[in-house]
Design a protein around this ligand. Structure first.
Ligand code: AAL
Length: 414
């Protein structure tokens, strides 16, 4: 036998004796950057086909989120009479940042629909107006006051105007918002979308005083509410994403739809494939590469994911993450320029609800930072785990009812 044949034969014998593979068949120790040409499990196939990179550190649509308390907002000692929530996208104009949001200042905290009156709010977003604030640095904000007040009865939004978002289109500014004509909580939420426009982000805002996106027809998924209207300029049109809640109380299902228009005042045409996102709560989207990316938070099978639709319609999961910002309004520098290759986002404002106790229910605005940008590379935002102290987990511990169920299960074993 030649030496050339003996050496490999010996290696095979040795590895068999030592119960090791010969180092040629197993999945490689160095994680291949490209999909390897081999038969793989469903999980490994997916790791190469469903994500833009096989590890989160290199996935442009993966990020952690870090939060900072904002300076400049007063909350009446957090007694529940002042609430700020559901911020719009942040824009940069006149040398500063602008944000719009739901502002409630009422004599009492929310009391539920049955106890609500003309001045007592049912929910945290009842009897609210749309206010705005500006900032030089994105951390300290100067509240500027009301942008869009509740219009007089019977105009759309007379009961409450909430959850606004901004569009800049052909030199004009448009605020879309939920317009309530009854206290929210009577059924759930019942609200179509209204719009006001202005020549400057400082206003004055002219209400269009018409429903610009109507609730769906009876029996359709969005028959009661068009929530969180969120416009982006895409493919030369206004792509306005929204959420609706359906399937009836008390276990509402939340999904997201799309309505498209050529003009900010409509008509908006709802996409025939709606809902286009099967999960989430508030809407947060941004142009990314040739498509649209979405933060999908809180509700549904695909909560805690960041998704991507190459065509703005057919969304796929691009990453799975945690502690996502609620109701995020990001700073999206290319939201309105009709970009053909979106650059992504790095920060914005979001909210925290039920800040103290349910009796003093109110929300606060906060800042979030992340790295979902093609122009930033912040490895600290790309870590795949968040370390939380045990107390954090214990705080979300078992309820008395659950403790009883567990005790009973043990007793049944005895
Ligand atoms: C939210 C949003 C909408 C709902 C309510 C206020 O965070 O989804 O705005 O109506 O809750």
């Amino acid at each position: 036998m030649k030496l050339k044949t003996i050496v490999p034969a010996l290696t095979i014998c040795m590895s068999v004796l030592c119960n090791q593979s010969n180092g040629q068949d197993g999945f490689p120790f160095k994680l291949p950057k490209e999909k390897p040409d081999r038969k793989m499990s469903a999980a490994m196939e997916r790791n190469y086909t469903a994500y833009s990179a096989p590890r989160p550190e290199h996935n442009e649509l993966y990020s952690l989120f870090k939060y900072t308390e904002l300076k400049g907002f007063d909350y009446n000692n957090h007694d529940g009479t002042i609430s700020r929530r559901d911020p719009s996208k942040v824009i940069f104009a006149n040398g500063k940042y602008y944000v719009w949001y739901t502002h409630r200042h009422t004599p009492t905290p929310p009391q539920g629909a049955k106890r609500s009156t003309d001045v007592i709010p049912s929910s945290d977003w009842d009897l609210a107006d749309i206010w705005y604030a500006t900032s030089e640095d994105g951390f300290t904000w100067q509240e500027q006051g009301v942008a869009v007040p509740r219009p007089p009865k019977p105009n759309v939004g007379w009961r409450s105007v909430t959850t606004t978002d901004i569009l800049v289109w052909k030199g004009k500014y448009y605020l879309y918002y939920q317009g309530f004509m009854e206290a929210s909580g009577t059924r759930g939420d019942d609200c179509p979308v209204a719009v006001s426009w202005a020549d400057s982000p400082d206003g004055p805002w002219t209400p269009h005083n018409k429903v610009v996106i109507a609730n769906g027809g009876e029996g359709e998924w969005d028959q009661y509410s068009i929530h969180d209207p969120y416009p982006i300029v895409y493919k030369g049109k206004i792509y306005l994403y929204y959420k609706s809640d359906f399937d009836g109380d008390p276990r509402l299902v939340r999904m997201q739809g799309l309505a498209i228009a050529d003009d900010p005042l409509g008509p908006f045409e709802k996409h025939p494939l709606n809902p286009v996102i099967n999960s989430g709560h508030e809407t947060t989207l941004f142009p990314f590469k040739e498509g649209i990316a979405a933060l999908v938070i809180r509700d549904g099978n695909e909560h805690n994911t960041i998704q991507y639709a190459k065509d703005g319609v057919n969304f796929e999961i691009a990453s799975i993450t945690s502690f996502m910002p609620n109701a995020a309004g990001p700073f999206v520098p290319d939201a309105f320029i009709g970009t053909k290759y979106g650059r992504g986002i790095t920060w914005g404002l979001s909210h925290f609800t039920n800040v103290t106790t349910w009796k003093q229910n109110h929300a606060v605005l906060a800042r979030f930072d992340c790295d979902l940008s093609l122009d930033v590379n912040d490895p600290a935002m790309k870590r795949a785990h968040v370390y939380l102290k045990p107390q954090f987990h214990y705080k979300m511990g078992l309820s008395d009812r659950q403790k009883k169920r567990i005790q009973k299960a043990t007793e049944n074993l005895k």
